[in-house]
Ligand binder design. Sequence first.
Ligand SMILES: Nc1nc2c(ncn2[C@@H]2O[C@H](COP(=O)(O)OP(=O)(O)O)[C@@H](O)[C@H]2O)c(=O)[nH]1
Ligand SMILES: [Mg+2]
Length: 139
Amino acid sequence: MHQVLDLGINLLHANQHQADHNREHFDAWGVTCLNLMSAPGAGKTSLLEKTVAALADSLRLAVIEGDMTTQLDAERLRRYGIPVIAINTGRACHLDAAMVAGGLRQLEALLDPQQLDLLLVENVGNLVCPAEFEVGEHA
Ligand SMILES: Nc1nc2c(ncn2[C@@H]2O[C@H](COP(=O)(O)OP(=O)(O)O)[C@@H](O)[C@H]2O)c(=O)[nH]1
Ligand SMILES: [Mg+2]
């Protein structure tokens, strides 16, 4: 027998609330935030490397690098001399807004975020899970 239980709560509500809060920070700082999602190996880090190389002279950039367990992508991007915050998600197949808020606190310890123009977020390599969780990005 199947029974439908109405829990009466939106399980993503807390994440949405935190994402809205992150976006308020980005807007107050004048920072545009982009959240990159794709299948593993599709080329997110490569695209970020080329983007950073092309824009680092004209825009002030930082990266939040989401990865389940390693620092490898963060190390690839640190070579370009920009601030990179690595977030290991452990078993989670996506970043969520609270993890990004934690990354923002680390970023604020390094620099004044009002001095940034563009924050690039590389999400964990899985197109399905990350799409459910806004992190406060503009696009
Ligand atoms: N042929 C080709 N290979 C690419 C391209 N972009 C990335 N790659 C390669 O694909 C692999 C995975 O790229 P990576 O940027 O690490 O993907 P991510 O897992 O989405 O971050 C690497 O070996 C890259 O060199 C591309 O535009 N063309
Ligand atoms: Mg990558």
